[in-house]
Design a protein around this ligand. Sequence first.
Ligand code: AMP
Ligand code: ZN
Length: 113
Amino acid sequence: MDCLFCKISAKEIPATVVFENERLVAFEDIHPQAPTHVQIIPRKHVATTLDLTAEDRSMVGEIFEVAAGIARDRGFAEDGFRLVVNTNPAAGQTVYHLHLHLLGGRSFGWPPG
Ligand code: AMP
Ligand code: ZN
């Protein structure tokens, strides 16, 4: 499958991996929008949130658990951080492999752009 994040998961494309296990990979975003900008993805190819099924429930929970762990490790958990999942064109999704953006290390405005 011609999917960028599947290739990162398979180590066919290099990335700065910060966490991985059998189910998930977390790596530094190539165009960081904050001092920390990490992508947390399932190894399983799921294109968007709309493609999730009941069997993915524990994987989704684990993605959030990993995000919180990285935020704690990097020392900005208590200050606060932003978790984002863009879905489809109106939200600006560009990579159609489910990913949770972890953004931290600065303040974020609301509403988002
Ligand atoms: P989205 O717009 O939500 O689909 O986000 C896709 C994200 O993937 C963007 O923040 C990109 O900077 C990031 N990205 C694209 N290519 C790579 C890559 N090769 N390695 C790491 N991050 C990437
Ligand atoms: Zn994929």
